[in-house]
Design a protein around this ligand. Structure first.
Ligand code: ADE
Length: 249
């Protein structure tokens, strides 16, 4: 079994990298793949880069060149669901592309020639990730200076919507949420890679699970303190969750 752990940003990856035993780096497709062991498993750590195309390239390389047979993603997202607040965590049970629109040839959001709009994550791996998130985060404090985030975060499970833009206005967030609702989808969060990773994993038949810490509400303040949040909150959360996850595999 070889597990891939994907992150979108360097700060998110740094703490994970320190856990890797016998790390060896391999360059491919303009990316650095870190191969090693963690909790007795063969593991490959990689940055997806940002956006759906970059994430798809990274995932295909992982599977084709490194033979990974399980993929887990950790990162941050903007909360758009009711009650999904900054500092909460969302474990995805499925992904959809909020900017996919081949209408009128195909229904809005449907991925042409796949016959569906949303792609489910692997149920078994996702159940482990959900439990790892609940267990790993119990009692994890954070040191983020602008928000009172010292409570244990709420862990949600549901649909995450990916698209090739940083959603940074209440109006845009509202349009994304309402458009999806009109088609029968209730998204909890937006980000920029997950649906692409889910699609490539589905193409190859590789189980995939993903967890995102909510860094913002995808509104006009979405960019404020983004990098501080990633360093001070999302990175320790990712480490706490993944440390627990690899022990449970
Ligand atoms: N990742 C974190 N916050 C996001 C947002 N508001 N839009 C897209 N991706 C994000």
């Amino acid at each position: 079994m070889t597990l891939a752990i994907m992150s979108a940003l360097l700060d998110e990856q740094r703490g994970l990298l320190e856990q890797l035993k016998h790390p060896k780096q391999v360059q491919r497709a303009g990316r650095t793949f870190w191969c090693g062991q963690w909790a007795g498993h063969d593991v490959v750590l990689v940055l997806t880069k940002v956006g759906k195309v970059a994430a798809a390239t990274t995932t295909a390389a992982l599977i084709d060149a490194f033979g990974v047979d399980q993929v887990v993603f950790t990162g941050v997202a903007g909360g758009i669901g009711e009650g999904v607040g900054v500092g909460d965590v969302v474990v995805a049970n499925a992904f959809i592309q909020h900017d996919m629109d081949a209408s009128p040839l195909f229904a809005r959001y449907e991925i042409p020639l796949y016959g569906c709009a949303s792609m489910a994550c692997d149920a078994h791996l996702t159940a482990i990730l959900l439990e790892a998130s609940n267990t790993g985060l119990a009692g994890v404090g954070s040191h983020f200076h602008h928000e009172k985030l010292l409570k244990s975060p709420n862990v949600h499970s549901g649909l995450i919507a990916s698209g090739d833009r940083f959603v940074s206005s209440a109006q845009d967030a509202g349009q994304v949420r309402q458009g999806l609702q009109a088609a029968g989808f209730e998204a909890l969060a937006v980000e920029m890679e997950g649906a692409a990773v889910a699609q490539v994993c589905r193409d190859y038949g590789v189980p995939f699970a993903a967890v995102r810490t909510i860094s913002d509400r995808a509104d006009d303040d979405a960019h404020v303190d983004f990098s501080a949040f990633v360093k001070q909150v999302a990175s320790p959360y990712a480490l706490a969750i993944v440390s627990q996850f690899v022990k449970m595999l």
